[in-house]
Design a protein. Structure first.
Ligand SMILES: Cc1cc2nc3c(=O)[nH]c(=O)nc-3n(C[C@H](O)[C@H](O)[C@H](O)COP(=O)(O)O)c2cc1C
Length: 314
């Protein structure tokens, strides 16, 4: 249990290169890209390509693709190979309307035969040295909890690894995820299973492992503004306790986050995109409301730095 692999969840709008690199500093094991459209990939659009770019320090690294046409998905997976991803992941869990209405993301849970076809075609387009994973949910809604049958079908179709976010698509992010689904699927599979949903502390990470016996865990929202969570989880699983984070560490991590963002993006983009990221560092802490106001009205990275320093050191 002590060496359980930790994944940063794909988080569209958040898990860009800067945040991934920061999580790597805090000892995450595996990184996944934000979801990338298979259609966009084969049309070679510049914007799409920025999503699949990663640096060597990010390895082992996985690119996640979404789409609903098996041929397009296979072509997109093949188009990723020159980037040399360590894994390729297929998104079958996204509940967002514009994805679902194209038959992609969690809509595929309503059509397991098509989902299996996608896995077979993608698998045949990539070498065995690049494992294929599928990330999905418990079902479309509470009346169609098909995660067990669906997971087994993805395994039969050739998936090497699965990840279950134990909520239905129609729940989106409401309610609590049902970890029993992870435990039941784990029992039935012969390939590894990553458990995902609502891990936000070392204690909940340990509980997920104990309750489900899953092979790895994936953390999304819990890591936003708290990339040190990965280090704390590792320490807790190994030693039974973890170092609380200090104010100085919070400040230096948020400042490093800004520095990393500037390595990859223009300052005006960084100022806009880092607003929501930085607010996560302050969440639930004294002065967070005032800081959020100031961050939202900042127009340069220097201003952002000053507000962070003022917030944490005064
Ligand atoms: C802002 C945001 C963006 C997300 N983007 C993706 C995505 O691109 N691909 C994906 O498979 N899941 C995506 N998810 C779902 C997460 O990967 C994860 O499955 C979900 O948040 C549950 O895990 P958590 O409770 O640890 O956050 C996203 C979730 C959030 C909150």
């Amino acid at each position: 249990m002590t060496n359980i692999p930790l994944y940063l969840a794909p988080l569209a709008g958040y898990s860009d290169q800067a945040f991934r690199r920061l999580c790597k500093d805090w000892k995450v094991d595996y990184l996944v890209s934000e979801m990338v459209s298979a259609d966009g990939l084969i049309r070679d659009q510049d914007k799409t390509l920025t999503y699949v770019t990663f640096s060597e320090e990010e390895r082992p690294y996985s690119v996640q693709i979404f789409g609903s046409d098996p041929l397009v998905m296979a072509k997109a997976a093949a188009a990723l190979l020159p980037f040399r991803p360590d894994f390729i992941d297929i998104n079958m869990g996204c509940p967002v309307r514009k994805v679902v209405k194209r038959g992609a993301g969690s809509a595929l849970m309503k059509d397991p035969a098509l989902a299996a076809k996608i896995v077979r075609q993608v698998k045949s387009a990539i070498p065995d040295s690049v494992p294929l994973s599928v990330k999905f949910r418990s079902g479309w809604d509470l009346n169609s909890l098909n995660y067990l049958d669906f997971g087994l079908r993805m395994q039969d179709a050739g998936a090497d690894l699965l990840c279950l976010h134990a909520r239905t698509s129609s729940q989106v992010f409401s309610g609590l995820s049902n970890w029993e689904h992870i435990q039941i699927l784990k029992q039935a599979l012969s390939i590894p299973l990553i458990g995902n949903g609502d891990i936000d502390s070392p204690e909940t990470a340990a509980k997920m492992l104990k309750d489900t016996s899953c092979d790895a865990i994936m953390i999304g929202r819990g890591a936003l503004g708290r990339p040190w969570l990965f280090t704390q989880i590792k320490q807790f699983l190994k030693e039974g306790y973890y170092q609380p984070i200090t104010k100085d560490q919070i400040l230096s991590t948020a400042l490093t986050h800004l520095d990393y963002a500037l390595l990859y993006k223009e300052e005006y983009v960084v100022v806009r995109e880092m607003r929501s990221q930085l607010c996560h560092y302050a969440k639930g802490m004294p002065g967070s409301k005032e800081l959020r106001e100031k961050i939202n009205h900042s127009s340069s990275v220097d201003e952002l730095r000053q507000h962070l320093r003022h917030w944490l050191l005064h």
